[in-house]
Design a protein around this ligand. Structure first.
Ligand code: HXC
Length: 515
């Protein structure tokens, strides 16, 4: 073997050794748990043959270069492509010291985050590790702190996506929490600040890892998880799908994707979705599917605060953010969780130049002590703040009810929405007919005879007078009352009109959103 051949041979053996991570036995154990390795995951996430790795030869903390018998750190980092567009990635390797975070590992992660920021492309982190490397002490905590800072500085500049594919315990959960979207695999991932053993010793509660921090716990109860997906392969495919909706950074427009759906398509079914009886519910998704391109809608936080729908779709090939009340759950009422959910989504869209299309059917804010003591005043204000602050194109369609403060909050003209339409079925008023009549005519209804008949007559009069879109239209708060069948074409034209929209907010360091 020539000298050059020997050198190349050593390099090849080093690479082979590094690729084994914590060794074949641990790889087998990882597979045995129904999990893939860090490298297998990147292979599924990225376009074929697009991965360029960095820092493959950063050695495991505490080890030294020893010929071809080296061990590398517990994360694989680099960049690759999704549908031909660049993304930066890191993938924790559970087979190496349980994927726990050491200082050199943190430096590898920060290197890709810095490159992503300089080059304006998303960062996707695949998380599978035991948190701070205990043997490293404060150096590991410093590593986490540096990553948190990187997350915060990148927030609103490049999309950041976290995928939880194993344990994420302790402070390790805060990096994902600082990013824009969290995916979790069902049954194989858990996130929590303190695990079941600590909980048992402190509060006496018995809870399993899965009940405490599994994908569905966070998808349904805490709202921490945006996408809970069965199976790693499916999960990584969904990450790819999300990326196709997003711009690479905050200076870019969202990508244009030809969907083949006619922008002038009318939809006859839209006339039949809203029931004649205003107390009956229907699925707002039926409206969304028919208005968007090719019925393609990627719902975000599908299982959390289901009285609010948020997600991404395309109109005439361009990404839009959809916000909609869902009459199927709690009559589409605004409460703490749904306000938080929609507010965060609206802010993401605004940060990344994604126009917002809002479908309104809201009976108001949810009354009750649980809501008041839980701070609905502050949380509802988040939604008002988010809509008012957003300078992206905003188009709102009132499908049915828009009552009270919820009328204002849900993308109204008053919060600088650009184009506001209403269907003829819209009811825009301070409150619904029954409570309104009970309040305005309390004295009369309290003493009169044949009260019920009179009450019904007053309700009918109130509905004729107030429960329609025409008073709002007469003030110019509604730009037009539209034929529901034309909703798609009218929204697409509005978005076309708003393509070059430029709007500003008074100069400030930053606002003080009611957190
Ligand atoms: C060092 C760790 C480790 C850690 C796991 N390992 N976590 N080594 N530091 N944090 C090692 C184990 O010793 C083991 O090594 C190997 O990884 C695999 O772990 P197992 O326990 O065998 O695996 P499993 O049974 O699947 O359990 C996985 C686990 C558990 C749930 C993650 O290991 C665990 O609870 N780890 C500790 C979690 C934790 O409390 N981390 C600190 C959180 S505080 P061997 O060689 O035996 O195979 C924190 C602070 C951050 O993160 C603060 C930032 C502000």
């Amino acid at each position: 073997m020539s000298n050059e051949e020997e050198q190349l041979d050593l390099l090849e053996r080093l690479r082979e050794q590094v690729k084994l991570g914590g060794g074949q036995k641990r790889i087998d154990a990882q597979h045995g748990r129904g999990k893939l390795t860090a490298r297998e995951r990147l292979h599924l996430l990225l376009d074929e043959d697009s991965f360029e790795e960095f820092d493959q030869l950063v050695l495991l903390s505490g080890t030294e270069f020893a010929g071809d018998n080296i061990r590398s750190e517990a994360v694989v980092t680099g960049w690759g492509k999704i549908e031909g567009r660049p993304v930066y990635v890191f993938s924790q390797d559970f087979t190496v010291v349980g994927g726990s975070l050491s200082e050199p590992m943190a430096q590898k992660i920060i290197k890709v985050m810095d490159l992503a920021m300089k080059n304006g492309a998303p960062v996707i982190g695949l998380n599978d590790g035991g948190g701070a490397r205990i043997q490293e002490g404060v150096a590991s905590l410093a590593g986490y702190g540096d990553i948190f800072l990187g997350n915060v500085l990148a927030s609103g500049v490049i999309p950041q996506i976290s995928v939880i594919m194993g344990p994420a315990a302790g402070g390790a959960v805060y990096s994902p929490a600082l990013t824009d979207f969290i995916f979790m695999t069902k049954g194989t991932s858990q996130m929590y600040l303190t695990g079941p053993d600590v909980i048992k010793s402190v509060t006496g509660e018995d809870v399993t890892h899965e009940e405490l921090g599994g994908a569905m716990a966070h998808a349904t109860r805490s709202g921490v998880c945006h996408f809970a997906i069965e199976g790693e392969e499916e999960c990584l495919q969904e990450v790819r799908r999300l990326v196709t909706f997003l711009p690479l950074n905050n200076a870019e427009d969202p990508p244009l994707m030809e969907t083949g759906d006619d922008p002038d398509r009318r939809d006859e079914d839209l006339l039949r979705i809203v029931p004649a009886d205003p107390s009956k519910s229907y699925d707002m998704r039926e409206v969304i599917y028919r208005v968007m391109d090719a019925g393609d809608f990627m719902e975000v936080q599908e299982h959390f605060a289901q009285n609010m729908i948020v997600g991404f779709a395309r109109m005439a090939g361009r990404t839009v953010g959809i916000v909609g009340n869902q009459p199927l759950y709690l009559a589409g009422v605004l409460d703490i969780d749904s306000s938080r959910k929609a507010a965060r989504f609206v802010r993401f869209c605004d940060a990344f130049n994604i126009p917002i299309v809002t479908f309104v059917d809201v009976p108001g804010f949810l009354p009750g002590t649980a809501q008041e003591y839980g701070g609905i005043i502050i949380h509802g204000a988040k939604l008002v703040y988010a809509y008012a602050e957003a300078t992206v194109p905003k188009v709102t369609i009132i499908v049915r009810k828009a009552y009270g403060g919820a009328y204002d909050a849900m993308g109204s003209k008053h919060l600088r929405a650009d184009v506001n339409y209403a269907w003829p079925t819209a009811e825009i008023a301070v409150m619904g007919a029954d409570p309104a009549v009970n309040i305005i005519h309390r004295a009369e209804l309290a003493k009169g005879k044949n009260v019920e008949k009179r009450r019904q007559q007053l309700v009918k009069e109130y509905k004729e007078q107030f429960a329609n879109p025409y008073i709002a239209a007469s003030h110019g708060y509604i730009d037009d009352v539209i034929d529901p069948r034309n909703t798609r074409v009218r929204v697409i034209r509005a978005l076309e009109m708003l393509r070059n929209k430029a709007d500003t907010t008074p100069p400030k360091k930053h606002g003080n959103i009611p957190l």
